[in-house]
Design a protein around this ligand. Sequence first.
Ligand code: HEC
Length: 216
Amino acid sequence: MKQLLNFLIFSFLLIACGPQERISKSVFDEVNSSMEAKKLSDSDITQEAMIWGDSISSEAQQKLMESLHQAVSEKGTFGAVAFCDVNAGPIVKDLSDKYGVSIRRTSTKARNQANLPTEEELPILEAYQYNAENGIENNPNIQKIEGGEILLYTKAIVISSEFCLACHGSSNEIEASVLSKIDSIYSEDMARDFNVGDLRGMWSLRLPKKSVVNRL
Ligand code: HEC
């Protein structure tokens, strides 16, 4: 089991370290000299990235959940589907702007096709999926990408309660009117037939190493 996981992570590193080193030398030098001045090790930086990523993703999750619960109680599930379409984006974008970090949710079974995983994200999602299927705990993860100048923070998103099933459950669990509303907005929807406890996807945050170093 562990071997497969290592293999997935290893393949990911191969991809990540390959063709994408497009960080300018001046940014690279600046970050390095700042690290040296503060005597920071790679593990200090990874640890701080983990703390920052946990904090931003928890804030994003909380804001989305508050708005979603409010929308469902004010407009019903039917009205809230349209709300998600319009408002999930801006809530996440506000936080992206606030922290200068790209934030998104991604899933191999996406409702919105814009949320399908990138090449960088796919092996991580597959590793989370493998863990979920084999009863292994999913912890947040940091991967160095773009020549190490971006720290990709990811955290599993699980179907936490029956509340989610009103829009992500089986066709018996999703009301007919809600189902047709979903179909009319998301013609290629794959985000159905989930059960409570299933892996739904993951948070994916691109933390610039420079910003992480500045926090230390
Ligand atoms: C009122 C209906 C509704 C409920 C309830 C709901 N969702 Fe969603 N969910 C949506 C819609 C609509 C989208 C597509 C949003 C977009 O366009 O980005 C979505 C997208 C997502 C995504 C992004 C990936 C994708 O498929 O595009 C995740 C992850 C997600 N939902 C998880 C959850 C979880 C976990 C819960 C329960 C805590 C939940 N949702 C409850 C309607 C809902």
